[in-house]
Design a protein around this ligand. Structure first.
Ligand code: BTN
Length: 266
């Protein structure tokens, strides 16, 4: 059984960040919020939030993709949002949620030795089960810059909340307690490195790195939500669209949910 030994703490967490990262972020920890993305969205109306990181011990209305609920029971997960100023052209952010998954996976691999896989578009997997997700939202007011809110949720300890799919957590995977301040620092470093380079390279700098962890590669997949499509996963394009080999040829999928057709692994 894993113990909650490591309450999130700004001072502890900050000592685990590189000085260069500390100089560009302001980190805050809340006991309980509705949703870290939502709190920063509200504040963005009054404030310039570039570099603000909000973590919460629990969320009462954590949001997942496509309006789903994201459970964040107290002290067991990582729920974090980073706000960052960005180019107002929405095309410049194409693929960013995929790149975030890859950046977090690489950083966790370096520090904790875990081999995380990624399921299009923005799910993080361990041992074939979901252990985290990314929710990217953009705020724009028609000014010169927009603000992107990058929300990351990661299961750190096992939870007994009922969810609609098998889930994994970092501590169970590595077989010991994983200090949440270390995980938080690792994720913040990964996000800042990614964002500082994003405007120069965009998703094309991340495509191969994402594909190296692609859970749907050569797998028979059904897409639902909006369009319904079946095919075999063959990576992603330069905008982060999933590429499916169908009877008609290679088709890009821009949105929806991907499920694996188990009976037809190829
Ligand atoms: C998904 O898998 O659908 C995305 C989940 C993203 C959850 C994170 S937790 C921190 C941030 N605040 C939220 O309300 N959602 C994101």
């Amino acid at each position: 059984m894993f113990a909650i030994t490591d309450p999130l703490n700004v001072e502890v967490l900050s000592t685990r960040l590189a000085a260069s990262t500390r100089s560009v972020v302001v980190v805050e920890v809340a006991e309980e919020v509705a949703s870290t993305n939502e709190v920063l969205r509200q504040r963005a109306m009054q404030d310039m939030l570039h570099g603000r990181v909000l973590l919460a011990e629990s969320q009462t209305q954590g949001k997942g993709r496509l309006g789903r609920v994201w459970h964040t029971p107290k002290g067991k997960n990582l729920a974090l949002t980073l706000a960052w100023s960005c180019d107002p052209d929405p095309r410049s952010l194409a693929g960013i949620s995929l790149a975030v998954g890859a950046a977090v996976a690489e950083s966790l691999e370096k520090v904790f030795g875990v081999d995380m896989q990624l399921k299009w578009p923005n799910d993080m997997y361990l041992d074939g089960r979901k252990c985290g997700g990314v929710l990217v939202e953009t705020l724009t007011d028609g000014q010169q810059r927009s603000l992107v809110l990058i929300g990351v949720g990661l299961n750190i300890m096992p939870v007994d909340t009922e969810v609609d799919q098998p889930v994994a957590d970092l501590s169970s995977h590595v077989g010991r307690d994983v200090p949440r301040n270390n995980v938080a620092a690792c994720v913040i470093e990964a996000l800042v490195d990614l964002l500082q380079a994003w405007e120069a390279g965009g998703f094309s700098a991340w495509r191969e790195r994402w594909q190296a962890r692609d859970l749907l590669r050569d797998v028979a997949v059904t897409i639902s939500g909006g369009q319904t499509l079946t095919g075999v996963g063959c990576g992603v394009d330069d905008t982060g669209a999933l590429l499916l080999r169908t009877a008609e040829g290679i088709e890009p999928v821009f949105a929806g949910d991907a499920s694996v057709r188990k009976e037809q692994r190829v």
